[in-house]
Each structure stands twice: as C-alpha cells, then as structure tokens.
Write a protein that binds this ligand. Structure first.
Ligand SMILES: Cc1cc2nc3c(=O)[nH]c(=O)nc-3n(C[C@H](O)[C@H](O)[C@H](O)COP(=O)(O)OP(=O)(O)OC[C@H]3O[C@@H](n4cnc5c(N)ncnc54)[C@H](O)[C@@H]3O)c2cc1C
Length: 454
C-alpha cells in the first residue's frame, strides 16, 4: 500500500497550494480530488482576487486565459443607490479570473512540484488510529473501487462542507459544525451583455438589507461585455429570502441586462465568520473554506485559502523534520495564520454584526451623511484600526443628530473590534492556554451579538 507524507483532500485553491508547498519541501504528497482533472478549478464564485495575495505567496501574475480583466477598485452603492462609495487605493490591483483556468494553473504548479494527483476520487472517511488521523478511505468514481491511502498527515481542503472535519471525533478539539447564521447562501450567474457597460474597471456592490440581509448583490466586469453577477444572503435563524428570486427581482431589471444571455449559473455557500479557533489535531489540518477562512465582510476566500494551504504545507515540512505530526507539532500553523490574516477576519466578524444590525434606512442615512465613510470601510476591509478623533466624532455627532442610534452602534462596534483585535494578539503559541483563550473569544463574540443584534 502507498504511504505518503501527506494526503491533501480537495484540489481547490487551498489544496493546490498545500500540495505544492509540501512537494516543494521534498516530501511525498497525494492530492485527492472528486472532480475529473479537466474540471478542477470550476467553482461558483465572484472570481475576484487582489493581486497582493499572489505577491505574498511569491506567485507570478497570471497572464494567460486565467486572467479575464483587471480592476481598479470597488464601488459600494447605498440601498437607495443615491450614495456611492468608491474604494480604491493607488497600490490596489484586482483581477477577475477565469476560475477553471486559474484552478488548472494552480494544479499544474502542484503537480510540477511533484504532487501525485488522484482525480475522480472521493473521500469516504478519515482513518483514525490511537487518536491520530493516519490516512483516508476513498472511492474511485470511474472504477467504483474503494481503497485505503496511508499518510502521516491528512489535510482537509474539501471546501465549505469540510468532509474530513465533519468526521473527526470530538476529542480532537476541532469544531465540526459551522452555524447556518455564519454562512451566506449565494446564487451567481455569468451573463453575456448586449454591449459593454460604461464601467469596466470597478467591481460594483449593492447593499440591500431586505433582498440580501448581511450580504450584497455584486456585478463584476469580466471583459468582452460579460459580467459575473450574484447575491449572498446570511442564513439567519429568523429566516432569509431566496437568493435567486431576490437577484432576479432586484438586479436583472437594470437596463444593462436587457437582452443578456446566461452563460453559467449556480448556487453555493460562503462561510463568513472568524476562522475556526483551532485548525489542527494529531495528524490532521484544515485549510481554506473547510476551516472557515473567508473574509466576513466581502466574502473573499481565494486569497486566504491559498495562504492557509501555503502555511499548512510549511508546517507539515517543519513538523515531519522534527518527528511526529502531533497536535503540538502542527500548532504553529494556527498561530501563523491567526497572526497574519485570521485576526483581521476575527475582528471583521464584529463589523459584520454591525452591518446586520442596520436597516436600509440606517445605511442610506449613514452613507449619505458620512456617518460612515469610505475611509472607515477601507480601513475595516484592510483590518486596520479606525479611530475617530474628538473633532471627527463631534462632526459626525452633529451630522448624525437624527440617527444617534446608528452612530452609537458604530462607536460600540469600533470599541468591540479593538477589544477583539487585542485578544487575537494573545493567541497561544502552543495548545497550552488555548481553552482559556477560546472561552474568551466566544464570550466577546456573544457580547457583540447581544449588544448589536438585540
Ligand atoms: C458565490 C460565491 C462567490 C464568491 N466570490 C469570491 C470572490 O469573488 N473572491 C474570492 O476571493 N472569494 C470568493 N468566494 C469564496 C471562494 O470561492 C472560496 O473561499 C475559495 O474557493 C475556497 O477555496 P477552497 O480550496 O478552500 O475550497 P473549494 O474551492 O470549495 O475547493 C474544494 C475542493 O474539494 C473538492 N472536494 C469536495 N469534497 C470532496 C471529497 N469528498 N473528496 C475529494 N474532493 C472533494 C471539491 O471538488 C473542490 O475541488 C466566493 C464564494 C461563493 C460561494
């Protein structure tokens, strides 16, 4: 029986980066994917990616068919569409990707580095012996054969459903379930327009709490008079509208869609919350959507998923060079991810609660009267502290005199984000102290829910 150093389950953006990094360290890695090779990369997605993610990972700019358009920034429309925030930065370059070709590009990098691909092969279950994951059973979808694959580490890169994660025993100390209220139900189409729109350089985001509570409608230009258009709605306990119906009702009535044709359509889920507090166990790691590594505000997860795959791969190499891949030996991955990107995701979970607490009227007024500014949104998006000085606070109080509640909520949000950010700075370097850290995290998030949503 083949024995690998690592098995990576799922050849999405997270899995390809994990497999590539492990293979580059000279280790033996198998990438197991249920899709046939030529379909790897296909994904219901907005297809937008900031160039900085590639730079950080040392990946060159995509230049072939995987790159469909370049973007200068984002325009955010208030619910009444009377106010538009233009979020752009001189250093920002955005890409609209051909998702399948981008996936194939990453897959080639993993295979060229030495990873073995087993495509058309689906995970059945992790093999667990003496409290550690030591391999998987998988079914070849062409032959129907079920076989065992053994490894020192298994990486769950299966995306939103976390197929390995869900089957781990509770004693591993990894959360198995993601609450529905932390997930956006999405519907997306790629449309061919009759003619190119005026805007080909900005991604457009439309806030509308009735149609897409806690989420938004997006229209992203893809070049060649094509757009990626979709909607995400938070799956709240109290109910949420059907995303497809809402997209048709609110968006396809716009003149730009007259005579347009549907090139692709589909639904999927986006987990929008803080990262799982712990992403490792004995012989097992979680990356990408399987670990909930998506930005809670804009739902972007391609960058963080690649980053997590890269960090996980490095940690595997380090752990195996020293001995057994125990929870302790793999823990550095948690710390590295949290310090680099996870902390930002965590604090944005609070900003998401603030947005969820706002009515359309709040957002119209708040954006129009500049109680919330482009700069706030930019800083929140970058994970920076947005501090209001006394003069700025006084100006906003004056402008917000008719909506003091909104301003108070914004101020409370800033305070809670800062508290959570400071707490993330204390993420433990070893599993010791984790239980106490986690209890405090849960407490801070619960406080945020109580203060902002009730
Ligand atoms: C509608 C929508 C729009 C989005 N828009 C954007 C955007 O514009 N920009 C952005 O950055 N992010 C966006 N995201 C988020 C982004 O798509 C994800 O965060 C990212 O793709 C996560 O990558 P991943 O590799 O973790 O998971 P996935 O891309 O989901 O890959 C998982 C892989 O695992 C395979 N797999 C699953 N189960 C098994 C199994 N049992 N056995 C073997 N293989 C298996 C799947 O076939 C798949 O190839 C969007 C998400 C949605 C839903």
């Amino acid at each position: 029986m083949e024995k690998y150093d690592a098995i990576v389950v799922g050849a999405g953006t997270a899995g390809c980066l994990a497999a590539k990094t492990v293979a580059e360290a000279g280790l033996k890695v198998c990438l197991v994917e249920s899709k046939p090779r030529e379909e790897i990369g296909e994904k219901i997605c907005g297809d937008a990616l900031g160039e900085h993610h590639l730079k950080f990972l040392g990946l060159e700019k995509p230049t072939g068919g995987e790159l469909e358009a370049k973007i200068d920034g984002i325009k955010i429309f208030s619910p009444d569409e009377n106010t538009i925030f233009t979020i752009a930065d001189k250093d920002f370059i955005g890409y609209l990707l051909n998702r399948r070709l981008f996936g194939q590009w990453l897959l080639r990098k993993a295979v060229d580095a030495g990873a073995t691909l087993q495509d058309s092969t689906t995970l059945r279950s992790p093999i667990i012996e003496k409290g550690a994951v030591v391999g998987i059973t998988a079914k070849n979808l062409k032959s129907g054969n079920v076989s065992e694959l053994r490894s020192k580490v298994v990486v769950d890169a299966t995306g939103y459903f976390g197929m390995v994660r869900k089957q781990l025993p509770a004693e591993m100390g990894i959360d198995r379930d993601i609450a529905n209220e932390d997930v956006e139900a999405c519907y997306r189409e790629i449309r061919q327009l009759k003619q190119e729109t005026e805007n080909t350089r900005y991604c457009e985001i439309y806030l509308n709490q009735k149609a897409s509570p806690g989420g938004y409608v997006w229209i992203f230009p893809k070049g060649g008079a094509r757009v990626n258009v979709g909607i995400g709605t938070c799956m709240r306990k109290t109910g949420y509208p059907n995303p497809k119906e809402q997209l048709y009702k609110t968006t396809f009535c716009k003149p730009m869609f007259e005579g347009s044709t549907v090139l692709a359509a589909g639904s999927w889920f986006d987990p929008v919350r803080r990262p799982l507090d712990n992403m490792v166990g004995n012989g097992v790691m979680l990356v990408g959507d399987a670990a909930s590594l998506v930005n809670p505000i804009h739902g972007g997860g391609i960058g963080p998923s690649m980053l997590s795959g890269y960090f996980a791969g490095q940690q595997i190499a380090e752990a195996l060079s020293k001995g057994e891949p125990t929870r302790e030996a793999l823990w550095g991955y948690n710390k590295r991810y949290i310090d680099t990107y996870g902390k930002k995701q965590g604090t944005l979970d609070i900003f998401k609660l603030f947005l969820l607490s706002c009515s359309d009227e709040d957002l119209n007024y708040g954006m129009n009267q500049k109680l919330m500014t482009e700069d706030d949104v930019l800083k929140a998006g970058m994970g920076d502290d947005f501090h209001l000085n006394i003069t700025e606070t006084a100006k906003r109080v004056f402008r917000g005199i008719r909506r003091v509640g909104f301003l108070n909520k914004l101020r409370l949000t800033v305070v809670m984000m800062r508290q959570l950010s400071a707490h993330y700075n204390t993420y433990p370097s070893t599993p010791d102290g984790f239980d106490t850290w986690r209890a405090q995290t849960v407490k801070l998030i619960e406080e945020g829910k109580q203060k902002l949503l009730q």
